[in-house]
Design a protein around this ligand. Structure first.
Ligand SMILES: [Cu+2]
Length: 235
């Protein structure tokens, strides 16, 4: 290192850049509000990834800025110091070993959160979600009713059974975070536990034809009594 305070300077610069990134990401959230129990797991994996990426980005940028300043040529006509090869092989070995450990750790975090989402198939309410170009239909086996609006009960585990009568569609409510394809000839389960009352928009997330953009449906999360009432009154 050229300067004996190089490590301190790079560390301070890294902290400054990290703080800047933290301020940006907290001021401008990257996700809509979280409205399902599964969303917490997706957000935990996303935030974990963002923190690791942010810190690595900050360290690399701080090192780059330090090098540009510390190793610049004194005059325009002069050449700066040339970098031939690293004197310490431990830098390279450390970087590779660190990357391997980090990659495996992130994979483990992802697997842990994914298991928390799809690991348990138990559910309180079954709803058949039927998709076709370019609409959604919801069938409630327990009540033997169906409709074009998806009603869900707050705090209950719903097993959505996704089917398609023509091409591949995908069930996606951004506030619930998780997304699942509906594939012709298959019945694919998807567990969702809504945690907040309100209306949300269901969007088809698989390009499925001319009116794909318009393949939407309203999702309403209700309290138990209201849900039961709707099941009787609406249909
Ligand atoms: Cu579609």
């Amino acid at each position: 290192m050229k300067n004996r305070y190089a490590v301190v300077i790079i560390a301070a610069l890294s902290a400054l850049i990290s703080w800047g990134l933290y301020a940006i990401f907290t001021s401008f959230p990257t996700m809509p509000q979280a409205a399902s129990a599964q969303a917490a797991h997706v957000d935990a994996a996303w935030t974990g990834l963002l923190v690791v990426e942010g810190v690595i980005y900050a360290v690399v940028m701080a090192f780059l800025i330090y090098c540009v300043v510390a190793f610049r040529a004194a005059k325009r006509t002069e050449q700066g110091e040339k970098f031939d090869r690293s004197r310490g092989r431990f830098v390279e070995v450390g970087w590779i070993a660190g990357s391997v450990v980090l990659t495996l750790a992130l994979a483990a975090l992802g697997a842990h959160e994914l298991r928390a989402i799809v690991g348990d198939a138990q559910a309180d309410i079954d709803i058949e979600v039927r998709s076709s170009q370019f609409s959604w239909e919801f069938y409630y086996p327990k009540y033997k009713t169906f409709g074009a609006k998806l009603y869900m009960e707050k705090g209950k585990r719903h097993r959505l059974i996704l089917t398609s009568s023509d091409v591949i569609h995908a069930f996606w409510v951004p506030e619930f975070r998780i997304k699942q394809d509906a594939v012709p000839g298959k019945a694919i389960p998807l567990i969702i536990t809504p945690t907040k009352l309100g209306e949300y928009l269901l969007l088809c997330n698989q390009l499925c034809g001319r009116d794909h953009y318009d393949m939407q449906a309203i999702v309403e999360v209700l309290e138990h009594a209201e849900f039961e009432e709707n099941m009787k009154a609406e249909f």
